[in-house]
Design a protein around this ligand. Structure first.
Ligand code: CA
Length: 238
């Protein structure tokens, strides 16, 4: 059974969320503040599959809790709840490593849908059976890449990519045509240990688009898949 931790100090709301998630078949634990929530992660058996995290908590804020989790290298999906509506607040949430942001008051259906989505991504993040073999030399679009020597040529231009960029590129090539999630990329390219936030992935995608796309604002190879992640298409797609 998938285990969800709800961190919310307003008891009626915590109870309402727990009740509805349990009705959907999830196991639910609640915590009334950040330090209680973080303690749960120290118990090896109790690590949740998803954290629903209120922003306004007594003591530690939801931001601080999320940041603390990521600093410990815990890559659990985090759905942040907040009554604050400013875009800056949402961005700050993503910057500290939240995966989704849901504004209060919210519709129950939306919470359940985000929950299913975040847990589904998790389930899909193990290695894929349909993974493609990629040799030392790989070509797509105008690009020719040598994974052994790190030589990258796009059109006439020679590029120097970092080690991480090469790893990311290789992972995309091996999973060409499939949707890959940010969590999956973090796990397989960065490794769990020094993963700051899912934002990191987005910044690297920006770089790959600058290197390989004719028009980085309208990518044909490194495509965004809304609410899911990215998809690399070697032959290009509008
Ligand atoms: Ca609250």
């Amino acid at each position: 059974m998938q285990h969800i931790l709800v961190v919310e100090d307003e008891q009626h709301l915590a109870f309402g969320i727990k009740y509805n998630l349990e009705a959907e078949g999830y196991e639910v634990t609640t915590a009334g503040d950040g330090s209680a929530a973080l303690k749960l992660f120290e118990e090896p058996a109790g690590t949740p599959d998803l954290v629903i995290l209120d922003l306004m908590l007594p003591g530690m804020s939801g931001y601080a809790v999320c940041e603390a989790l990521r600093e410990k290298g815990i890559d659990v999906p985090v759905l942040m709840l907040s009554a604050r509506t400013l875009v800056e607040d949402r961005i700050r949430g993503y910057d500290v490593g939240a995966d989704q942001y849901l504004q209060k008051p919210f519709e129950l259906e939306e919470l359940l849908s985000m929950t299913r989505n975040l847990l589904g991504r998790r389930a899909k993040s193990s290695p894929r059976p349909d993974r493609k073999e990629v040799g030392a030399v790989y070509e797509f679009g105008r690009a020719r890449i040598n994974f052994d020597t790190f030589a990258v040529v796009v059109g006439e231009e020679q590029l120097r990519l970092t080690h991480t960029e090469m790893k990311l590129l290789r992972y995309f090539a091996e999973n060409e045509g499939s949707v890959v999630t940010r969590a999956e990329l973090l796990e397989h390219v960065w490794g769990m240990s020094h993963v700051p936030t899912t934002r990191t992935v987005d910044n690297f995608i920006v770089n790959l688009r600058k290197y390989f796309e004719e028009d980085p604002a309208h990518p044909k190879h490194f495509l965004s898949v809304r609410g899911a992640g990215y998809r690399f298409v070697a032959r290009g797609e509008a």
